[in-house]
Ligand binder design. Structure first.
Ligand code: UT7
Length: 413
């Protein structure tokens, strides 16, 4: 692949048909993208990268090069929305709960406040608010949505909240399901949506990242309660014939390191002598249990994040056939400003291209990327045709990155 020289970054207007096609063509020929690459995956990552190859095949098709994988539809990112709970919890509020202080929290995390859900608020309500705003921006009616993926670890109901969001917004023609991948959830959701849309069966898809980790925080634990906030971000994706604006991605996980960030289920309802919690007779004990508070080895997650993020953004860029210089906006999971700074420094992305709103919201888990992106889009910072690199990381452990072109127009138009 011919690398674009540093400093010779294409101007916005060049992110047009010829540039995108040229990049795609280089990537295609360099990596020898195969026929039917979607089905030929060795594992999740390989298959994702293969789809990314397919994405580039469409870009190449627009240049008169025959697409080799037969995928007809491209994905456009056409609307965002976000919503946060009413109640704001400041660092000085936390000083009254645990032995901490504003200076420590600000210096170590970059967070000054976070929004926390009240008893009259829910993931369903935040999700519906954010989704409606995203639909409005996209100019898509709720009835035109045929799939909703709610990325969350904290649904209102054990069986998920995607369907209650579907009902709340009146998306009566949509299938809806929850996806759990902690703070990487939104990126995983985008990857899932892209795969499903490129098959041609889903034209308009809502991917929502929403979490209320305040429900699982131990408000006596100063190492975690200062970090988390609640919120929601949504994105509407539309499938069109032609180029795909989801340019490349990579997703990973490592369950061996799971213990570093957990909120485990705890059963306490077995009667003495019982060996199973399955009902075997009418008199069988009823299982009582609940999820425990969040337990995190912060320093281990910190070290993991500053290594994993540059690696995963690098591999997602590679699958897109792009270089770091092409990133207009880097939207990382908002976990800690020091992680954002360190990862962007390691990648070599200049500060002015790094999106951060952690000061206002803290770590909102699966919501943090779409919440930050929505603010950047609505402020006018992210413009049609800009290349956005997203990366999430967190419990699982999981991590992933997606590279896309923002907007309704194809990257080749
Ligand atoms: O989205 C999921 C992913 N999660 C993350 O990305 C979290 C990653 N980790 C982090 O962001 C950081 O590790 C923390 C913010 C959680 C902690 O920052 P740190 O710089 O790693 O601090 P530390 O845990 O090494 O603690 C340093 C000191 C300790 O005191 P001693 O042992 O040096 O006397 C802590 O007890 O700071 C103390 N400390 C605090 N002091 C005041 C820990 N929490 C607090 C606090 N206020 N809230």
């Amino acid at each position: 692949m011919t690398a674009t020289p540093r400093g010779a970054r294409p101007h916005k207007v060049q992110l047009g048909r010829s540039w995108a096609g040229a990049v795609a063509g280089r990537a295609l020929s360099a990596r020898g993208v195969r026929n039917g690459s979607v089905a030929g995956g060795r594992n999740a990552v390989l298959s994702v990268q293969s789809v990314a190859g397919g994405v580039k095949a469409d870009a190449a098709k627009a240049e008169g090069v025959t697409a080799q994988n037969g995928v007809k539809y491209g994905v456009r990112l056409v609307g965002t929305g976000s919503a946060v709970p009413k109640h704001v919890l400041t660092n000085s509020d936390l000083e009254k709960l645990v032995e901490t202080n504003d200076e420590w929290i600000t210096t170590r995390t970059g967070i000054t406040q976070r929004h926390v859900m009240g008893p009259d608020e829910s993931i369903t309500q935040l999700g519906a608010d954010a989704a409606n705003k995203a639909l409005e921006m996209a100019g898509v009616d709720a009835s035109e949505i045929d799939l909703i993926i709610l990325c969350t670890s904290t649904p209102d109901d054990l069986f998920g909240s995607a369907c209650t969001i579907q009902a709340a917004i009146g998306a009566k023609n949509a299938a809806a399901f929850d996806l759990t991948a902690a703070c990487s959830g939104f990126v995983m959701g985008l990857v899932n949506a892209t795969h499903m849309m490129r098959g041609g069966n889903f034209r308009n898809v809502l991917v929502i990242g929403a979490d209320a980790l305040s429900r699982y925080v131990d408000w006596r634990d100063r190492s975690t309660c200062i970090l988390f906030g609640d919120g929601c971000g949504a994105m509407v994706l539309s499938a069109v014939e032609g180029n795909c604006n989801m340019l490349g991605f990579d997703i990973r996980s490592d369950g061996v390191k799971n213990e570093n960030l957990v909120a485990s289920f705890f059963t306490n309802g077995l009667e003495e002598g019982a060996t199973t919690n399955k009902a075997t007779s009418e008199s069988a004990a009823s299982t009582m249990g609940s999820y425990q508070n969040i337990c995190m080895t912060g320093s281990e997650i910190f070290k993991f994040a500053v290594r994993a993020v540059p690696q995963i953004v690098g591999s997602a860029l590679k699958s897109a056939g792009l270089e770091v210089e092409h990133i207009d906006h880097l939207v990382l999971h908002q976990a800690n400003q020091r992680i954002i700074d360190s990862a962007s420094d390691r990648l070599g992305v200049p500060k002015e291209r790094v999106v951060s709103n952690i000061a206002k919201y803290g770590n909102t888990s699966a919501a943090s990327i779409p919440l930050a992106l929505d603010e950047a889009v609505r402020s006018g910072a992210v413009k049609e045709g800009d290349v956005v690199a997203m990366a999430g990381f967190g419990a699982g452990l999981t991590w992933g990155s997606a590279i896309c072109t923002w907007g309704k127009a194809a990257s080749s138009e």
